[in-house]
Ligand binder design. Structure first.
Ligand SMILES: [Zn+2]
Length: 401
C-alpha cells in the first residue's frame, strides 16, 4: 500500500469515527444497529469504531433499550466529562477563561484583569490564565480555543492585529501549542459569538446568519451556507471601522468617523456626556475628559426618565447601526441579523431606530423579509463559541446542525 493510500485510509477512518461519535452525541443514547442505520456504515465498521471510542474513554454503554423482537439492544452514550476544553476570551479589559465539558457546560471560570498590559506582557497574562484553568480540572484536555479581537489568520493561528493587546503578528496558536502540547484554535471574537449564537439557535436561523457584536468595539460574524465566512484576508465582518460619519471623530484605527466612534457603548456614554453637559472649551479639548461616573446604568436610568440627552445618544447610535445593517443586507441579502449587545436593554425603541434606518437605505424587496433581533450579549458567548470551534475541529461535533 502506498503512503497516499494509507493516508486516505486513515482519513476515511477518522471521518467515519467522527460520524459515529456525532450520531451518539446527537441522539444522546443509541444502539449500534441504529448508528449503522443513521450513518449508512456497516455494522462491523460501527462496532469496531465504537470499541475504539470506548477505548478512548469518550463513549460508554449505559444499559438496554427496547427490544424490537429479539435481544434488547445495548445503548451507548457520550461521556460528557470525558474531555474538558479550555476556552478563553481576550476581548475585554479583563481576560476571561473557562473549563467547558463536551456538552458546552461551563465547569469553572477564571478571570484576569488586563490592567493596560500589552504585547508580551499580555501574553504572559494569557499563560497565567490558562495555567489557572488547567489547575481546576483533572480530566483529559481536548485542547484550547481562543477568541481574540482583531484579525486572525485562521490557518496559521496568528493574531494579525489586536489593538487592545497591542499585538501584531502574534503567533498565539503556535506559542500555546508548544507550551501546553495541546491542539489550539484561535479565531476572532465576533466570529465566535456568531458561531455560538448560530449553535444556540439550533436550526432556527437556517443556513445564513449575520451576528453583529456591539460592546466596546463592533464586529460582525457572517455565517454563510452554514459556515463561518472569513474573507480573503480574514477580515470579513470588520464593520466597526467602516466610515459612517463624514469628517467624524478620529478612531483608534487612524481613520475618521468609523462606526466604532459613534455606536459602541463608550461612544454612547461620550455622546450623552457631550449632550447633557456642554463642557468648557478647555476641558472639551482633553480627550480623557469623559466623566468617570457616567456608566451605562446612568444612561439607562436617564433613558427611562425620558432625559432627552439619553434618548438622543441611544437612538443616534441605533441609526448608525442601521446603516451597518443596510450595508450588510444590501451586500449579502441575509434575512436574519442578530445584534448581540448590552444595548439590548434599550429594547424596542433602539430596535426600531436600527430597522427604520436600514429600511430607508436598502431596496425594499431585500428588507421585507429581513428580521433583526436585539439580544443581550451573554458574557460567556465568545467562550462558548471558542469551545464549539475546538469541538468541531477535534471531534467533528458540529453543534450547529
Ligand atoms: Zn476605525
Amino acid at each position: 500500500m502506498t503512503t497516499l493510500q494509507k493516508a486516505t485510509q486513515q482519513q476515511t477512518k477518522s471521518h467515519n469515527s467522527h460520524l459515529v461519535l456525532k450520531a451518539i452525541y446527537d441522539q444522546r443514547q443509541i444502539s449500534r444497529a441504529d448508528i449503522s442505520r443513521l450513518t449508512s456504515l456497516t455494522r462491523t465498521t460501527v462496532s469496531d469504531l465504537v470499541t475504539e471510542l470506548q477505548g478512548k474513554g469518550l463513549v460508554e454503554e449505559i444499559g438496554y433499550g427496547q427490544s424490537r423482537g429479539g435481544r434488547s439492544p445495548i445503548l451507548l452514550s457520550v461521556i460528557d466529562d470525558a474531555r474538558h476544553l479550555i476556552a478563553i476570551d481576550l476581548e475585554n479589559d479583563e481576560l476571561r477563561g473557562a473549563v467547558v465539558n463536551l456538552r458546552n457546560e461551563i465547569i469553572s471560570t477564571v478571570s484576569q484583569p488586563l490592567r493596560r498590559r500589552e504585547g508580551d506582557e499580555a501574553l504572559i497574562l494569557v499563560y497565567e490564565l490558562v495555567d489557572k484553568l488547567i489547575a481546576t480540572t483533572d480530566k483529559p484536555l481536548l485542547g484550547i480555543g481562543v477568541g481574540t479581537p482583531g484579525l486572525v489568520d485562521a490557518s496559521t493561528k496568528v493574531v494579525l492585529r489586536a489593538v487592545n493587546l497591542n499585538w501584531r503578528g502574534m503567533p498565539l496558536g503556535d506559542l500555546l501549542q508548544e507550551r501546553y502540547g495541546l491542539p489550539v484554535y484561535v479565531a476572532n471574537d465576533s466570529q465566535l459569538a456568531a458561531l455560538a449564537q448560530y449553535m444556540f439557535g439550533a436550526g432556527k436561523y437556517g443556513s445564513n446568519l449575520i451576528v453583529v457584536k456591539v460592546g466596546t468595539g463592533i464586529g460582525a460574524g457572517l455565517i454563510l451556507d452554514g459556515r463561518l465566512f472569513h474573507g480573503d484576508g480574514f477580515g470579513a465582518g470588520e464593520i466597526g471601522h467602516i466610515g459612517v460619519v463624514e469628517n467624524g471623530q478620529q478612531c483608534r484605527c487612524g481613520n475618521l468617523g468609523c462606526l466604532e466612534t459613534v455606536a459602541t457603548t463608550p461612544a454612547i456614554l461620550k455622546r450623552m456626556h457631550a449632550l447633557a453637559r456642554p463642557v468648557p472649551r478647555s476641558v472639551s479639548h482633553n480627550p480623557t475628559a469623559i466623566a468617570d461616573d457616567l456608566t451605562l446604568d446612568v444612561v439607562q436610568e436617564s433613558f427611562v426618565a425620558g432625559h432627552p440627552a439619553a434618548t438622543q445618544a441611544v437612538l443616534e447610535a441605533g441609526r448608525y447601526l442601521g446603516i451597518a445593517a443596510a450595508n450588510l443586507v444590501g451586500t449579502l441579502n441575509v434575512h436574519r441579523i442578530v445584534f448581540l449587545s448590552r444595548l439590548a436593554w434599550f429594547g424596542t425603541p433602539l430596535l426600531d431606530a436600527i430597522r427604520q434606518e436600514m429600511i430607508r437605505r436598502v431596496l425594499p424587496t431585500l428588507t421585507q423579509d429581513t428580521e433583526i433581533e436585539l439580544i443581550d450579549l451573554r458574557p460567556e458567548m465568545v467562550i462558548l463559541g471558542a469551545s464549539a470551534l475546538l469541538m468541531s475541529h477535534e471531534l467533528g461535533l458540529q453543534l450547529s446542525q
